[in-house]
Design a protein around this ligand. Structure first.
Ligand code: GLY
Ligand code: MN
Ligand code: MN
Length: 427
């Protein structure tokens, strides 16, 4: 593991929150992700299932967790891939039973060969079985997961049990971060800051977008990040208007602004930042006007993220701020506002995405969409204005912890004022 060990108290607390919500006489079962095949005998880098990690801290493939809620008794069973001195020679260090106990805080850890036998036993006294699945509203699942394969098996073996989606309980728990989790997200943000510092020293006309990406990943890996929390967007000029651009293969030209959306991952937790820098070190007047319009919206939007509000009312409020800025920039008229754009509000022509999403183990972290904002949730705030006809796209993005009275901006130290960025680019 590249990161400092996480105290197992976090995973114990996470499990306790879930068990409290589970029905009497029920069990919940979670699986790791698979090692995804590449070509020939190769596999993709391993990415742990976020729910399994959240409840166990185990960062290894072929892992399963069973939580059993019986009258007056809670049982926790963890299953890991068997290791031995011979396996170690070929596959390197895999967790021993004792190591898995220490990481997870679970006493009962077994090799996987015990799993099905223990499932059969656990199911005997159970009425309800919670099964895990990816229920993110934008998930596009084309590959059957370990959880899905297990679902097919258990439902055919025990067809008369009551099955429920674990995520109905898990997502609202995961959206409420513990202090330990906020520390880990903050660490990811600090590493992202180091990446920004490196770009400030490196940027000049003529560099390729991928060279900027290379500078950032160097800084990340040197600082114990496992890498990018998501595919980085390094988009100069008109590329910044392609929201999911990540070819990152063009030259940053004199006069362009380069939009950089990147974040380090640390201990499986994500950070998510966007900054826009003038490639030659100075914004043009127009570029600065658009930049400052986005920055004003961002500063007000961060204040609007408050306990008790819904994300949809917040998004409407940010839309109103954006509408005014677009009017002042001459991009839309009062008539456009009256007529709307493609059946929606006029501002959507230049600001077509949402302002905030949950952040945590996943960059677009899970939540229960019915929940209002509460203290301890972590959101991004990322307004933008995209003007393809001017080959200019500006987005600014920071990561915000919702506080009872005041929010904490985990990226408040990362330069964002236009003049400060110009000064730093010209040192
Ligand atoms: N980088 C992904 C996002 O900002 O949502
Ligand atoms: Mn982003
Ligand atoms: Mn984001």
């Amino acid at each position: 593991m590249r990161y400092t060990t996480i105290n197992s108290i976090l995973f114990k607390k996470n499990r306790a929150k879930l068990v409290k919500k589970m029905a009497e006489k029920s069990i919940a079962i979670f699986h790791s992700n698979d090692l995804m095949p590449k070509n020939a005998d190769q596999v993709m880098p391993f990415v742990q299932n976020s729910d399994l990690f959240y409840f166990s801290g185990i960062d290894q493939e072929e892992t399963a967790l069973i939580l059993i809620k019986e009258p007056g008794e809670i049982k926790e069973l963890l299953f890991i891939k068997e290791t031995s001195d011979l396996i170690k020679v070929w596959e390197g260090n895999k967790l021993t039973l004792n190591e898995a106990q220490d990481i997870s805080g679970i006493k009962n850890v077994f090799w996987n060969k015990e799993f099905k036998k223990m499932v059969n036993k656990a199911v005997l006294n159970t009425s309800t079985i919670y099964l895990n699945s990816n229920e993110h509203p934008r998930a596009n699942i084309v590959v059957e997961s370990r959880d899905a394969r297990f679902k097919t098996w258990i439902q055919s073996k025990f067809p008369n049990k009551r099955y429920k989606k674990a995520t109905n309980l898990v997502y609202s728990i995961r959206s409420q971060k513990e202090a330990e989790e906020i520390k880990l997200i903050n660490k990811a943000c600090e590493i992202t800051h180091l990446g920004v510092k490196r770009v400030l020293k490196y940027l000049r006309p003529g560099v390729f977008e991928y060279e900027i990406e290379a500078e950032i990943i160097h800084e990340f890996l040197m600082n114990k990040s496992s890498g990018f929390a998501y595919e980085p967007i390094i988009a100069s000029g008109a590329n910044a208007c392609i929201l999911h651009y990540n070819d990152n293969n063009m030259i940053c030209k004199n006069g362009d602004v380069v939009l950089m959306d990147f974040g380090a991952e640390y201990a499986n937790y994500s950070s998510d930042l966007t900054r826009c820098f003038p490639v030659n070190g100075r914004f043009s007047k127009r570029q600065k006007n658009v930049y400052n319009a986005v920055l004003r919206v961002m500063k007000l939007a961060i204040k609007m993220l408050k306990p008790g509000i819904t994300l949809s009312s917040y998004e409407n409020g940010v839309g109103e701020l954006m509408e005014k800025e677009l009017l002042d920039l001459g991009l839309i008229t009062k008539k456009d506002i009256k007529n709307g754009w493609q059946g929606g509000p006029a501002y959507k022509k230049y600001y077509m995405h949402g302002t905030s999403h949950h952040l945590g183990l996943d960059v677009h972290d899970v939540s229960d969409p019915q929940d209002v904002l509460t203290e301890g949730m972590v959101f991004t705030c990322e307004p933008g204005i995209y003007i393809p006809e001017e080959e200019l796209g500006i987005r600014l993005e920071n990561d915000i912890v919702i506080g009872k009275l005041n929010n904490i901006d985990l990226m408040k130290d990362i330069p964002i004022e236009a003049e400060e960025i110009e000064d730093l680019l010209n040192i």
